[in-house]
Write a protein that binds this ligand. Sequence first.
Ligand code: S3P
Length: 429
Amino acid sequence: MKQLLNGTFKGTIRVPGDKSITHRALMLGALSQGTTNIYRPLISADTLRTFENMRQLGAEITREGDDFKVISNGHDSLTSPEQTLYTGNSGTTTRLITGLLAGLKNITASVEGDATIAKRPMDRVVIPLSDMGADISLKNDKYPPVNIYPAVLKPLEYDMPIASAQVKSAILFAGLFTDGETIVHETHQSRNHSEIMMAQFGADISVSGTTVKLNGGSKLSAADVTVPGDISSAAFLIVLGLIIEGADITIENISLNETRAGIIDVVKEMGGSITITEHDSTGEKFGDIRVEYTPDLKPFHIDGDIIPRLIDEIPILAVLAVFASGASTVRGSEELRFKETDRITAVIAELEKFGVSFEEYDDGFKVSPGHSTIKQDQLFKGYHDHRIIMMLIVMAIAVNTNIEIDDSSAIDVSFPSFVSDLEGLRKDR
Ligand code: S3P
């Protein structure tokens, strides 16, 4: 990482495609009749799990240069996989595919991921799916492997106990082919990519406030999907641009979907220099984001409705808080404890190694500005969590220190080109 220090970051860049949208496009392509072209998808460890899993179910999926092509004869043509569906590090694949398979009547399948997935709760999706009539077993009634057996599902009206797009989407996938109306009520609106894309593929779905209604039974037909850049990946460059002296970064074609764009609101409230140029689009909103170094950032306080809109950005927002003019707080984000790792514990443990001081809460933390120099031979932990690793790299650059991380390979989950993209933007000051 030495080559990234002692400079600034300037220029225009595109980050990889949106992870959530890519997973959904592959799944809906497999369930729909016809050819689905997915332009500029995220091609990463996580999305390649969904790619492979949908192939195992019988969809014909190919990589065409930077794009994916899915050819399917519709949901009825999918069959039980011969082998376990391996989902790697991907919680989204594991949870959404459980709902999708539950809805497919005649399928028997086993779903299993890596060591991080083995510790992630699946009962949050299996409880509502069982209410729909699904026959699913879990390890200790909570964890993968997930075994799914044939069952005929009925629609469900469900009050979500937590704001989770994965749970909402699993229920909606299961509801697609039931006879009747599935209704999901959310506490706070979570990302709505499933709702937008299901409508695009021909599902009868509507949204009013925090309630989603889906009438099952529509015949889904293939549709092309152009995947915008992932704002959760852009977030690392947004923060870098705000805190490195002289930085001026434009990130092109980023998803500006309101349910994902909470970080933009936070940066504006902090007084950060951020300019958004929206492009015309009929589906997901997207545009360019320009950030420039801002020396006098105000602290932020986030809680409630905004949390699902920036849940994956909280680790990197902790770094931004270190460079604000006062203490910042994150509350209402207990869901961080159920991500690839417990991100509240991981953020605090790793940033404390930089001398940052925190107060920990069950549902978040308070972070004070300022840091000190790291101890010699300090080893940093990545927890097999892409967002913790990229957070550490941005923090190290910001404090101009070379660090050693035990294992950085998980970056491949969402942003394989992260380090080379940073190298491309680096300029001498
Ligand atoms: C995702 C939903 C979120 C998010 C994850 C991707 C999705 O998880 O953290 O990275 O694509 O639906 P939860 O549904 O657990 O909040």
